[in-house]
Ligand binder design. Structure first.
Ligand code: ADP
Length: 175
């Protein structure tokens, strides 16, 4: 499959996207929060939080760069993959590597579940202040590398909420 047709970008609200899985930019507690995390829990209803609570009870907090999966409650997607992005601190704490891990681990979980179409928000570029251009380059490189090594996931859609991210991704993808 042509790699170019497997990656796309749209501007919008990820809670409205009917795909196999959407990714949530969560925090280590998995208990919801602001930004996209709050929007996903609000729109998906309490089933998502219940499952997150069970996960935390089983394995403890979700570390930065890691990912876990729940069903999607009332959302149009089937699953939510919750990953914890790094808080930007001036690349003092491996933030770039940790951000790449978020994308890679989310894709890994998705392919193990047989998920074919997955949507990502722009992890860490909101409240966590990761520079948007750099975050987009890391996201695209990590996704491209993963897709070129496996046909398990057919399509990755980047859902940009803000105009700035949408313009950055559109330029990088060449649409
Ligand atoms: P983080 O703490 O990882 O920075 P945020 O939720 O604050 O998480 O922001 C991550 C990205 O999600 C930002 O680019 C923000 O514009 C975007 N975002 C916020 N709400 C939504 C939404 N409903 N759908 C898609 N993206 C969203």
């Amino acid at each position: 499959m042509d790699l170019k047709n497997r990656i796309s970008v749209i501007q919008g609200d990820i809670t409205k996207i009917a795909v196999d899985a959407i990714v949530n930019a969560a925090n280590t507690s998995l208990m919801g929060g602001g930004g996209v995390d709050g929007a996903i829990h609000r729109a998906g209803g309490p089933q998502i939080l219940d499952e997150c609570r069970d996960i935390i009870a089983r394995q403890g907090k979700c570390n930065t760069g890691e990912a876990v999966i729940t069903k999607a409650g009332k959302l149009p997607a089937d699953y939510v993959i919750h990953t914890v992005g790094p808080v930007w601190n001036g690349e003092k704490h491996n933030e770039g590597k940790l951000l790449a891990s978020c994308y890679r681990n989310s894709l890994e979980i998705a392919s193990n579940k047989g998920i074919k179409i997955i949507s990502f928000p722009n992890i860490s570029t909101g409240i966590y202040h990761f520079p948007k251009q750099e975050a987009a380059e890391i996201a695209l490189k990590t996704v491209t590398d993963f897709l070129s090594g496996s046909d398990a996931i057919h399509k990755v859609i980047f859902v940009c909420y803000d105009e700035e991210n949408f313009s950055i991704y559109s330029k990088l993808i060449g649409t």
